[in-house]
Design a protein around this ligand. Sequence first.
Ligand SMILES: Cc1cc2nc3c(=O)[nH]c(=O)nc-3n(C[C@H](O)[C@H](O)[C@H](O)COP(=O)(O)OP(=O)(O)OC[C@H]3O[C@@H](n4cnc5c(N)ncnc54)[C@H](O)[C@@H]3O)c2cc1C
Ligand code: SF4
Length: 509
Amino acid sequence: MAEPRTLILILGDQLSLSLSSLKDADPARDRVLMCEVAEEATYVRHHKRKIAFIFSAMRHFAEELRQKGFDVRYTRLDDEGNAGSFGGEVERAIAALRPQRLRVTEAGEWRVMEMIRSWEALFGLPVEVLPDDRFLCSHAQFQSWAEGRASLRMEYFYREMRRRTGLLMRGDEPEGRRWNFDADNRQKAERDLFRPSHAQFAPDAITLKVLELVERRFSNHIGSLEGFGFAVTRADAQTVADGFIRDFLPEFGIKQDAMLSADPFLNHSLVSFYINIGFLDPLDLCRAAERAYHEGLAPLNSVEGFIRQIIGWREFVRGVYWMTMPDYAQSNFFDAARPLPDFYWTGDTQMNCLSITIKDTIRHAYAHHIQRLMVTGNFAMLAGIDPRQVHEWYLEVYADAYEWVELPNVLGMSQFADGGLLASKPYAASGAYIDRMSDYCGDCRYDVTAKTGPDACPFNRLYWDFIGRNIDRLGRVPRLQPVVRNWSRMSADRQALLRRDAQDFLDTL
Ligand SMILES: Cc1cc2nc3c(=O)[nH]c(=O)nc-3n(C[C@H](O)[C@H](O)[C@H](O)COP(=O)(O)OP(=O)(O)OC[C@H]3O[C@@H](n4cnc5c(N)ncnc54)[C@H](O)[C@@H]3O)c2cc1C
Ligand code: SF4
């Protein structure tokens, strides 16, 4: 092949044929570059399943591009000469191919965008950075929505997105005359032996090679590869999406907040891996869910709830991330500084809810939203864990974790470390919430009804200490005023007892 006109760099989470950098590509004249680099796999020690999923998905996507006629320069992790970083691999490709320009769709992470911005000067050729139009709200649109607002509330952003996409709209009115049907959701789940199972895929030859590579190179990372069943092609990811709409969407709403020891997935969609990597298109998924509603296959509370997560929360956290980085990563509203307890890496704790959630996480590189928010996240916030360490843990252990989505969810939603920019109040809860939404407490060594003492549920012991410890800061959060008042009405002796009891527990961590 002659010297290519354009070298198109495709990153590991850009596996979409509709990617902006591929739109005007000419397979006869342009060249695609994809690379597995050690720097990205190890800047935090990602879960083995996450690395295997991304590398295998990349290799399958490269094959798909080749079938479409593209000439793909693909560097495998252990190829001789692999420079180990994006910059190093781009430099090698430029030296070898001498393209006229480099083209790339903007990276999802601020860190990688900073790298890309330096390349034009560094490599002496034009670098075109195109917007990532797989997202429904551009940076400029989010900025203009956010401008002039004293606080950013997802619910209002979401309504705007409903109007803009037309999803579940009847003219100017929301379908069912309400924007949000959460009041109909939030039910507890029961064991159900007949619940359909989520799709799993046996590894093919490409995946088997990747699994062997990951085991060899990342043996000290968390997790195991046993039973690896991720979809690693766009077609299989579509099978997951179709299975969700058919089997799980109808009860998605009512089961959304439930937690069950024997079923880590319940009615969740398990599509975050595939949307985030680019295999599934968020708008297509929402339209499929909307169609199921109009065809009478799924009720409005479920469909609205699902669509809200995607065009609401997903787009909203991305907007907040890009509007506030890099300062956002340093947020620490409560000045929390305690190190992350060791049991976050093993699940070895007598707190049954944490043990189950962490062991699910280690096994599947997945836990659902309420486990992430109200168990591991809630505990870290109540115990005053350093939010930076909490953030790194989430980034490492979940196969769907990319900083643009993980960081605001962790720092903003689960730790309230941004002081309320993203969430209107801290998601702090005692054991009663976990007991209401799960079957965890019945098998726990602790007593969820006891408030203090060595046998009391640690969430109960920590809850009032968290309020008391942060009373000045929480006094500024309007939605927490009733709780702040309850604390203030307690006698000094009672307050001191609760604080001392929490400290006794914290000393054991
Ligand atoms: C502390 C914490 C950390 C999180 N880290 C991540 C992360 O690293 N990557 C990630 O994709 N999601 C993250 N989330 C959001 C959410 O928990 C996951 O998207 C969800 O659990 C993925 O599983 P699912 O596909 O079965 O989701 P479902 O429950 O079936 O939801 C459907 C889809 O909605 C979207 N969604 C739902 N909630 C959110 C949200 N809060 N933010 C963004 N998208 C959302 C996802 O694309 C998800 O696939 C985090 C949430 C919390 C509280
Ligand atoms: S009693 Fe407390 S620690 Fe035990 S499972 Fe319930 S909420 Fe978790």
